[in-house]
Each structure stands twice: as structure tokens, then as C-alpha cells.
Design a protein around this ligand. Structure first.
Ligand code: GMT
Length: 382
């Protein structure tokens, strides 16, 4: 099939999932066109059947706010028409779902039928989407997508809770290429980050308030009081400065390594002992799954869909949001008991296999066949 994928090209999970999905589809022989404002960070160069269309908004002086959605809609119309796409798959509802609907209507007026699938990723529903300045448009775009998926049962439930949506929403979880994570641990990295055999805690996120990065630091400091430890912070964002201020205030910055944004953090994560996540809400937690796939257990808050990913007692331990004391004791329970840590390492890796791409890709392909068939039989989905 000829598939158009719309996503954010940035470091967030939805862009990573969209990119990995497109690459996997291309490897299966599909033709994949990525349509977004920059080349997706995980999209290499030169894969067969993979194309990238840049959405450029002209900086017209009249515009205080760039009309990205309109320019994206026009680009979608052009790419669908001239690349003869069979379907569009948009990731993250805002503003991709309404842009896809507008493109679908424009093409319908020109006699071209195109289905589009919206995949809900998390903050498009749990944070941003709920905002009254987005809600009516998101509700409409969800209702009028040819099909809608959510990355977890939790997110599916939250969508029905927060939006007056009647239609069906399928759950197709995020995925990883398990084999990619099994062999990435690098002893040289471990030596560099833990020269004196310290325990290595790691966190990966966009450092937005929803990630509660200061709680991650608090957990680390609680652990560091009881055993030699260092914290690797991968990513960057609004709360990074507060995190730097916090470790400077209590003199622990020598053991907190702010590594910044990384396009491929797998090797660093795989060389760590424990992945720490403290999110207020987390529809799925792709970074935690990537850690598990490398055999790194997780201590996390039990937020959103996390428990669907991190099997408590097997791949990690879960606590209430904000309960950093409990997270410290859970982290210590794993880090100070070699037997327990080994059991959880094995459990994490085995548990991650549930989300291997070989199990998830066929579910997207079946959905693609379904929506193309649906549009053929009953015209564009109204
Ligand atoms: O985690 C973020 O804030 C980025 C966000 C995104 O849109 O990329 O991640 C969301 O989508 C990921 C991929 O489906 C999920 O693994 C994350 O759990 C979800 N983030 C939240 O729900 C906060």
C-alpha cells in the first residue's frame, strides 16, 4: 500500500512510534510518505520506499501565528493526489486529525476518496485536548476519522471520559524492535558513567511538567544517601533548569549527568541499572518500554497506562504519583539486592517482548486493509 504518515518530527514518543512504524511498513514493501515540518529524528537516510515531504509555512508579516494546520492540509491534498496514497495515518490528534479531515473533504470534492486513521498518543487527550480551545475540534476530528486507535486501554478510557465521543476506538499499543535493544549495552559507557562501580539510575523525557523530573531527582538523592549512585538525565525541556538548580542547591550535581537530547539513547539506557519515571500521567511510557527491552527494570509512578507496560513485581515497581519515599525504598530494594535486580532484569526483558513489532505491525496492517476496503465500499467516511 501507499501510506502517508503525519507526526511530530521531534524527540517525543509519538514521533518515534510514527517513524519506527513507517520504517517497518517500508521494510514490508509498502511505500511510506512522511509529511511534517522537519525530518523525523529517527528517520535515517536512504531507506527504500521511504519519502519525506517538508511542510514549510511562509512567514507572512500579517500572521502572528503561523497557519501550520492549513499548510499541512494543502500538503496532504497534494501528496495524496500526486503520490496516489491509499490512506493517511496521523499520529497525535492536535492538529493532525483536523488537518487530515479537511484534506479528506477537499479531495472528496475532487472525486478522490481517502481514509484517514487517527492514533491518539496521550497528551493530545489527557492534557492539551481537554482544553476548551481544542476540545470541540478534537471531538469532531475523532468522530470523523475513518478509524481511531489509542496506544493503551487507559488512554482509550480517558478519551471516552473527557470527550463526548460515541464511535469505536481500537487499542493498538506502541512497540519496539526487541532485537535492537538486546545487544546495545556498552561496557565502555558503563565504565565512563560509573567509574567507581556506582549504581546507575537513568531517566529519559522531554522535561515537561507532566514528567515531574524534580521527583526523579528526589528519588535519586534518596538512593544516593544509602549507596554510591549516579543519575543519567537524557532529554531537555522546560524543567531542566529547575533540576540543575536543585542538584546545585544540595551539592549532588557531580553525580547527576545532564546528557541532553539524544536521537539514539538506547546504549546509554541499556548500560544503566534502573529506569526512573515519575510522571503525573503517562498514556503508555515508550521510554520505559525501551529500557525494559534492554533488561533495565523500572521504578515508576502508576500513572495512566504505565501498569499496562511495566508489569509490577516482574519488570519493575509502581507507586502513587508524588510518593517519592516509596519510590526510594523500591529503588533501594532492587539496587541493594543483586538477586532481586537480576530477577527484575530478566523479567523486564521478557515482559518487553509482549510489545515486539512482530506482534503489533500486523494489527496496523489489518486496520489499513479494513479502512481502504470501507472507503471503497461506502465512499469517504462521513
Ligand atoms: O511523553 C511525552 O510527553 C511526549 C508524548 C508524545 O506525544 O510524543 O508522549 C506520548 O506518546 C507516547 C507515544 O505513544 C507515549 O509513550 C507517552 O506515554 C505519551 N506521553 C504522555 O502521555 C505524557
Amino acid at each position: 500500500m501507499r501510506i502517508g504518515i503525519v507526526c511530530y518530527p521531534t524527540f517525543g514518543g509519538s514521533g518515534v512510534v510514527a517513524t519506527e512504524l513507517g520504517l517497518a511498513l517500508a521494510a514490508e514493501g509498502h511505500t511510506v510518505h512522511f509529511i511534517t515540518y522537519d525530518r523525523p529524528v529517527r528517520l535515517g537516510n536512504g531507506q527504500a520506499n521511504v519519502f519525506y515531504h517538508e511542510v514549510r509555512v511562509s512567514d507572512y508579516p500579517l500572521f502572528d501565528y503561523q497557519p501550520y494546520e492549513l499548510v499541512l492540509t494543502s500538503k496532504l491534498v497534494d501528496v495524496v493526489k500526486h503520490e496516489r496514497l491509499d490512506l493517511l495515518h496521523v499520529h497525535y490528534a492536535i492538529p493532525h486529525a483536523s488537518a487530515a479531515w479537511m484534506a479528506q473533504q477537499i479531495l472528496k470534492a475532487q472525486g478522490i476518496r481517502i481514509p484517514f486513521i487517527t492514533t491518539l498518543h496521550g497528551t493530545d487527550i489527557t492534557l492539551v485536548g481537554k482544553d476548551p480551545s481544542f476540545e470541540p475540534v478534537i471531538t469532531f476530528a475523532i468522530e470523523h476519522s475513518t478509524a481511531v486507535t489509542a496506544v493503551s486501554e487507559s488512554l482509550r478510557r480517558e478519551t471516552f471520559e473527557h470527550f463526548p465521543v460515541e464511535r469505536d476506538i481500537r487499542v493498538i499499543p506502541n512497540f519496539i524492535r526487541a532485537e535492537r535493544y538486546r545487544t546495545v549495552a556498552d561496557p565502555a559507557l558503563r565504565k565512563r558513567f560509573a567509574p567507581h562501580g556506582e549504581k546507575l539510575l537513568v531517566h529519559v523525557s522531554n522535561f515537561r511538567p507532566v514528567k515531574r523530573v524534580l521527583d526523579v531527582l528526589t528519588v535519586f538523592m534518596g538512593v544516593r544517601k544509602r549507596l554510591p549512585a549516579r543519575l543519567l538525565l537524557i532529554g531537555d525541556g522546560p524543567d531542566r533548569h529547575a533540576a540543575e538548580m536543585m542538584c546545585r542547591a544540595n551539592g549532588t550535581c557531580a553525580d547527576v549527568l545532564f546528557l541532553g537530547k539524544m536521537t539514539d539513547p538506547e546504549a546509554v539506557v541499556a548500560s544503566s541499572d534502573l529506569f526512573v519515571q515519575a510522571s503525573e500521567t503517562e498514556s503508555f511510557g515508550l521510554a520505559a518500554l525501551e529500557a525494559m527491552a534492554s533488561g533495565v527494570p523500572v521504578v515508576s509512578t502508576d500513572a495512566g497506562g504505565t501498569a499496562e507496560v511495566v508489569e509490577a513485581g516482574v519488570a519493575g515497581l509502581l507507586n502513587e504519583v508524588g510518593d517519592t519515599d516509596a519510590m526510594v525504598s523500591n529503588a533501594l530494594a532492587l539496587l541493594s539486592d543483586a538477586g532481586a535486580l537480576e530477577r527484575f532484569r530478566k523479567g523486564a526483558s521478557a515482559s518487553a517482548a509482549r510489545f515486539d513489532i512482530s506482534k503489533v505491525l500486523p494489527r496496523y496492517e489489518a486496520l489499513y486493509e479494513e479502512v481502504v476496503e470501507q472507503v471503497k465500499t461506502d465512499g469517504v467516511h462521513q
